[in-house]
Design a binder for this molecule. Structure first.
Ligand code: ATP
Ligand code: MG
Length: 416
């Protein structure tokens, strides 16, 4: 921005930014827009906090073809079906309205913002309370943890990054680690997988000090998807990248070929099998890095920002896949800045701020704790904000954060 150009092109400017950082960036865009001196083009997947600034939207379909063009309302309001079918993100409130219409709940228009949604929804009285998060009881564990971190401190040279952090993760947990940029989340993950070495007696995987677990054994116990997918690429082609793990374990080649085929298909990168991993788009690199990690069938999976740069379809597929693995008993730890994912998928959350664990508990408690949210530069998900606003009108709205929770509450609906 220092050059003050007349045209700005921002290509996914908020990927990897913490939630408050994302809001601050969009505020900056708003002030640029107000000067009326700049043309601003933003390529984005995250639309909720941005859409009110946008005059015109172009949706790119497959292979560089323009799918739609128009005002935000023309694109997201009138064509939500087409966009969802093509796996493209639309604002959360529009996604919710789309689901309600599918469930025969009539709306006059598709709301694109929390304010518009507030106006459309306040005529309803939610009657169901199926999935509401207040009702979720916190899990208590009796077994010993698969991951046990005790008073871990870690410094890069003399810069202290982790401070006396303790954490227990049990088999079958789905834990989200969240917090501001620079809070130490990636550093913590790297300590768990012993890429950077914790002091002895601080990190235990399945009861053993990680420093005493041979690297190969640890790789088979804990899978780690790097925040930067390129850090994971060590082979010249996508195909080699995907298969080296199985080859090194001596799998029969027929089995490897079958697995490769289905994986390329599942992650939609079949046409790039012979390409260099570096030739893929950002989102495709992310999918390849996840697929590479999944080859060894580890019991504990740690994914550092697994969904950044992903369209709606890939993001949903990836999370559904992780959920399936979780239901099969795998322990999943994701590091993410996406509060929608936290609300929808995490059983527990660890919030980090300046290297310390400042909260460990359920999403329900977290989203009510304003001082923790503020300290860690977090926001509540847009649909939870909507439910807070609506609850001033009718208490029954309170505590809903996901599309599913709204649909459950509104299904037995009586229109007022
Ligand atoms: N290799 C390194 N050498 C020195 N300092 C580092 C190194 N890696 C990270 N840091 C510092 O450690 C702190 C924590 O970094 P880390 O990458 O763990 O944060 P994070 O919570 O993952 O942030 P983000 O959300 O931006 O990914 C930061 O202040 C960072 O500058
Ligand atoms: Mg990080």
């Amino acid at each position: 921005m220092a050059f003050r150009p007349s045209v700005f092109i921002f290509d996914e400017p908020t990927a990897n930014l913490d939630p408050v950082g994302t809001l601050e960036f969009f505020k900056t865009v708003e002030s640029l827009k107000k000067t009326d001196e700049h043309t601003i083009i933003i390529i984005e997947h995250k639309l909720d906090e941005l859409i009110h600034l946008v005059d015109r939207v172009i949706v790119m379909g497959k292979e560089g073809v323009k799918l739609l063009e128009g005002t935000p309302y023309e694109v997201f309001g009138e064509n939500s079906d087409l966009l969802i079918k093509n796996g493209i993100w639309i604002p959360q409130t529009a996604l919710l309205a789309h689901k309600l219409v599918q469930n025969n709940i009539k709306l006059n228009n598709i709301p694109l913002s929390i304010d518009e949604a507030y106006n459309s929804f306040k005529k309803f009285k939610p009657l169901g309370n199926g999935l509401k998060r207040e009702n979720c009881t916190e899990l208590t564990h009796h077994s010993s943890p698969v991951l046990d971190i005790r008073d871990l401190s870690f410094a890069y040279d003399d810069k202290e990054v982790l401070k006396n952090l303790s954490l227990k993760v049990h088999k079958g947990d789905f834990l989200a680690i969240i917090g501001a940029n620079g809070a130490g989340k990636t550093t913590l993950a790297k300590n768990i997988v012993n890429i950077i070495h914790p002091p002895s007696g601080k990190v235990f995987v399945e009861g053993k000090d990680v420093l005493k677990i041979p690297t190969e054994e640890l790789c088979h116990k804990v899978g780690y998807v790097f925040q930067n997918p390129e850090h994971q690429f060590i082979k010249n082609t996508v195909e080699e990248q995907l298969t080296f793990g199985l080859q090194s374990r001596g799998f029969p080649s027929e089995k490897i070929v079958n697995w490769l085929d289905s994986t390329l298909e599942k992650f939609k990168i079949k046409q790039y099998a012979k390409s260099s991993p570096y030739m893929l788009s950002h989102g495709q690199k992310r999918l390849l890095s996840v697929a590479t990690m999944l080859t060894l069938g580890q019991d504990i999976l740690i994914l550092d920002e697994p969904t950044f740069g992903q369209d709606l379809k890939s993001s949903n597929e990836l999370l559904t896949f992780l959920k399936t693995l979780n239901e099969l008993g795998k322990t999943i730890i994701i590091i993410t800045h996406d509060m929608n994912i936290v609300a929808k998928h995490a059983q527990n959350v660890l919030v980090m701020a300046e290297g310390e664990a400042i909260f460990n508990g359920s999403t329900h408690k977290l989203f009510k704790n304003n001082s923790i949210l503020k300290k860690a530069r977090l926001t509540i998900p847009p649909l939870l904000q909507l439910s807070v606003n609506l609850s001033q009108y009718y208490e029954g709205w309170n505590g809903m954060a996901t599309v599913e929770e709204y649909v459950n509450a509104l299904k037995p609906l009586k229109q007022n």
